[in-house]
Design a protein around this ligand. Structure first.
Ligand code: MN
Length: 243
């Protein structure tokens, strides 16, 4: 890599404490992959968002609150979790800029759900009550322990990046993709068929996973490989994400 890319990390929001915060794993994994992580301000100011999009080399869309169901045409159901209108507003505007500028973006958990919704897909507001499965997708601590398998189709980018036909992943999500957005490609499926990894082939690098590599990047090579390929894409390397 010619330079250390500067990567904007979407802030986490703690409504109870009225605080912005960050999990070290998101920052440290980027740092260890050769990037410089910078936590962004939480703002819906369009001009600031345009400037951020133009300034940073790539963006990490972090986990967090549930995406507002109105963004995929549904009422808020009882089983829907906490929502953050501020994050929805900022991330919707930033994602539009990211697509326009073809900047690399990596989505984790909420990030995957957000990309799917913003591109026209829908979500299960609550997997345990809406989708029968033999897998529990909401594990208990510690979160660096893998709990279910994700199958990867041969010759797809995730296979190239990890060198694996399947991955054991952690799982800490009560929502999931219901209808996949038309422009997204599923590149990893849980054993119960739930889509757990997607790419947007129209862009140079827009990739997202439902699991949490920020908790497992130290113990699991495949988790670290995802941060590495993302940081390399932010540094200008062709990620070759087309199948
Ligand atoms: Mn899962």
């Amino acid at each position: 890599m010619n330079k250390q890319p500067m990567i904007g990390v979407l802030p986490l929001m703690d409504k109870e404490r009225d605080s912005y915060w960050m999990l070290p794993g998101y920052m440290k994994a980027i740092e260890e992959a050769g990037g410089i992580p910078v936590m962004l301000p939480l703002t819906s100011d369009k001009e600031i968002i345009r400037k951020l999009a133009g300034t940073f080399d790539g963006f990490l869309f972090t986990g967090g609150q549930d995406v507002h169901p109105a963004l995929y045409g549904e009422e808020v159901s009882q089983a829907c979790g906490e929502i953050s209108g501020e994050r929805d507003d900022m991330e919707r505007a930033l994602f539009a800029e990211v697509l326009k500028l073809d900047k690399p973006a990596f989505g984790i958990c909420r990030g995957l759900q957000l990309f799917n919704v913003l591109l026209g897909g829908t979500l299960y507001q609550d997997l345990p009550s809406q989708r029968v499965s033999e897998i529990t997708h909401v594990q208990k601590l510690p979160y660096d322990v893998p709990v279910h398998r994700v199958h990867i189709e041969q010759e797809n980018p995730l296979h190239r990046w990890t060198g694996r036909e399947s991955l054991m992943v952690n799982s800490y999500h009560h929502q999931g993709i219901r209808k996949l957005a038309p422009s997204l490609q599923a590149v990893g499926l849980a054993e119960d068929g739930l889509v757990e990894a997607v790419i947007l082939p129209d862009q140079s690098f827009v990739f997202a996973v439902q699991w949490h590599p920020e908790f497992s990047y130290r113990s699991d090579d495949a988790s670290m490989a995802l941060f590495r390929v993302f940081v390399e894409a932010c540094g200008g390397k062709q990620a070759n994400q087309r199948s």
